[in-house]
Design a protein around this ligand. Structure first.
Ligand SMILES: *Cc1c(COP(=O)(O)O)cnc(C)c1O
Length: 367
């Protein structure tokens, strides 16, 4: 079975060498040497000043929101992974869903202002699939209304927009280093932030509010990154450029073969963006293609290929949210969600398999 993604692992011996010092020090978690080294190396790679590491991307997002003392409504997108909305709700905040652009599938910044009320406190946009949000317009709105902006940047590791690392946008940007992402530390995440006061607050939130052996300063939870994860992150960071280059070659072949298939729409190449090729979504237009997304998905399964319907269902269609929201209020997101299929994409995916995947899509059209 060819899955939508496959984790990249460093050479086993390289990882063993990276974790060997842990057997000397017996320091395997709680902000040890590997944690601090990983943090330093990420700052250098991402070219950012302030970053705090977390056990995973979700807790990083929850705590980024919590660190800003928000209350009321948060404008966000329904076209994302469950984590984005859950993080808002688990902070006692109310998500307000804004529709998305039909080309990049990111939050439609031209529809945000109409959703702002006197209760609105923040905007949580998502750089979905690595497509960069309309950061200029979002910034302008946030400034005009005094709103915080927290980007879910789980898909955008290493990306740049107009020469700036994407993690530098907003009041905070949240990264995920989950095993399924372009760059991973087994499990892991980070908050990149602007206000230097947040460093102390975020540290307290992830470490029980403990500042010293006899000092507990605030109410916190446990969301620390351990040394084994940090060591995996350090190893993988050595190969991230190679990882992205391999993905670029695969995407090039996908585009070359699929852009000419009637009814198959590849997402646009964004101007001024240095991409990371995290995902390769296609839209299946039933009228032009001759079968719908679900039919194509089932045909893939029969051929031993498992793409994913990312993001279907929409968040406002989930069992836990559907009573409170109407998916027809975000018609573009609903439409894309019913047409999208994310094709297999990972560094070790061989070109023969990519061609076979494209054959399955193209052959159907021939009959
Ligand atoms: C993966 C992901 C997250 C959560 O990250 P974890 O590290 O898995 O907790 C959040 N948002 C989006 C859009 C994601 O894809």
């Amino acid at each position: 079975m060819i899955n939508v993604t496959k984790t990249s692992l460093p050479d086993l011996n390289e990882y063993i060498e990276e974790i060997r010092p842990l057997w000397d020090t017996y320091w395997i978690t709680n902000m040890g040497e590997k944690h601090d080294e990983f943090k330093r190396k990420l700052k250098a790679y991402l070219n950012i000043d302030q970053i705090e590491l977390f056990v995973n991307g979700h807790m990083a997002l929850e705590m980024a929101l919590q660190s800003m003392n928000l209350s009321g409504e948060v404008i966000t997108t329904p076209f994302t992974f469950a984590s984005t909305t859950h993080a808002i709700v688990r902070n006692g905040l109310t998500p307000v869903f804004c529709d998305i652009y039909s080309d990049t599938y990111t939050i439609d910044a031209d529809k945000i202002e109409a959703l702002i009320t006197d209760k609105t406190c923040a905007i949580v946009p998502v750089h979905v699939y690595g497509h960069i949000c309309n950061v200029e317009k979002i910034e302008e709105i946030a400034r005009k209304y005094g709103l915080k902006v927290i980007y879910d940047a789980a898909h955008t590791f290493g990306e740049e927009y107009k020469g700036m690392n994407v993690a530098s946008f907003g009041d905070a940007s949240v990264l995920s280093f989950h095993a399924t992402k372009v760059f991973h530390s087994i499990e892991g995440g980070a908050v990149c932030f602007k206000d230097s006061k947040l460093e102390h607050v975020l540290y307290n939130l992830k470490n029980f509010g403990i500042r010293g052996p006899e000092e507990v300063e605030s109410v916190g939870a446990n969301a620390k990154m351990n040394e084994f994860c940090a060591a995996m992150g350090i190893c993988n960071l050595r190969y991230i450029d190679d990882e992205i280059n391999k993905r670029a070659e695969i995407v090039k072949l996908y585009r070359k073969r699929l852009e000419k298939v009637d009814g198959i729409i590849c997402s646009p190449i964004q101007k001024d963006v240095k991409p990371n090729y995290a995902y390769f979504p296609i839209l299946v237009e039933k009228d032009a293609y001759g079968m719908d997304r679900n039919d194509l998905y089932n045909m893939f399964l029969k051929n031993g290929i498992c793409p994913r319907k990312y993001f279907y269902p929409l968040i406002n269609e989930y069992d836990c949210y559907k009573d409170r929201y109407d998916p027809d209020a975000t018609p573009v997101a609903k439409d894309i969600s019913n047409k999208v299929l994310t094709l297999p994409l990972y560094a070790s995916l061989d070109m023969d398999t990519v061609n076979r995947i494209c054959d399955i899509i193209a052959l159907k059209q021939d009959g």
